[in-house]
Write a protein of this length. Sequence first.
Length: 333
Amino acid sequence: MSSFDRRTFLKTTGVAGIAALAGCSQSGGGDGDGETTTSTSSTTSSGGETRLSWHAGGTGGTYYPLSNEFKSVIEGHTDYGVQVQSTGASVENVGSLYSGDADFALIQNDIAYFAKNGTGIDAFQDNPIENLRGVATLYPETIHVVTLAESGIETLQDLKGKRVNTGDLGSGTQVDALQILNAVGITQDDFEEQNTSFSQASEQLRNGDVDATFTVGGWPVGAISDLATTEDVRIVPIDGDAREQVKDAASFFADDQIPAGTYSGIDEAVPTVAVQAMIATNAEASADVVENVTAAVFDNVDELTIKTDFISKASAQDGMSIDLHEGAQAYFG
C-alpha cells in the first residue's frame, strides 16, 4: 500500500468539505469535537522505547478521556509509550489509520464497515480502505437527539422544518443522523442542516441558534452534561415505529436507552438506538505490538473507570464489523 498522507487520502474521496478532516482545521467526529494537534505515527525513541500514535476524538466526547485511560494502562503494562491525539473521530481516524499516521484509533463499527467495503457514505464510496483492521469492540455509541425543554420538539417527526445540527461535516455523527432522519421519512430538504462539533452544537442550542442536535457517544457525553447544568434539556426518544424503521434501514443500529439521571433534569430513561465504539488499527501494524496492546487493555480492565459496565474480553467481538488484525486474533483466540 502506498504511504499517502491524510490530505492525499481525503482528496481521493472527492467529497466536498471533507478536506477539513485532514488535520488542518478543527472538526468534530463520531464521539466528540476535534482539535488540531500534531500527528506522530509509531516510532522508536533514542532510548529504544516504541512510541505509538493513538487517535481518539474530541475533548467533548468519550473517545478522548477513554483513550487517555488506555494510554495509562498500556504504558503501565508494556514498554510502549502512547501519544493520544484529539481528532475529528471516526471518519478522520480511518484516514489516519490508512495513511499510517495513527497506529490505533477509536471509530464506530458502522463507519469501519463502510470504510472497509467502500460503500455506505460518500467519503468511502468506491474507495475501500482495504488495510483497515479491527482490534476489539468496546461499548454502545448512543444516539442522543438533544433539544431544549421549551422547544416543543418531542419526536423525530417534529424536526421537520427545524434547524438541526447533525454533527461535524463528514463525521460519523452526521452519517448516523442522516440515516436516522431518512429512515423516518425526513430528507435534507425538510430541515435546515448545520454542522459543528459537539461542544459548539451545545452552545448553539444554548444561544437559540439551532433547535436540536445529534450527538453520538457513550453516555454521559461531556458536552451534553455541561449544557444540562445550565439549561433544561430534553432528549428526544427514538422508539416505537420510528425505532423499527431506523433498524430496518441500517443493520448497525441496535436498541439502547439513556438511563434516568444520566443528565441533569432527565428523570426517566430515554429509549434510543446505538452503534458500537471499537478499537481499530491497520494491516501494517506489528502483530506483536497489536497483541501486546490488546492484552494490556483487556487483562487490566479493572484499571479503567470509563465504560466499565461494557468493556470486557468476553464482549470484545460483539458487533465487530471488519476483519480482525492477526495480533488481536492471537489474543482473543
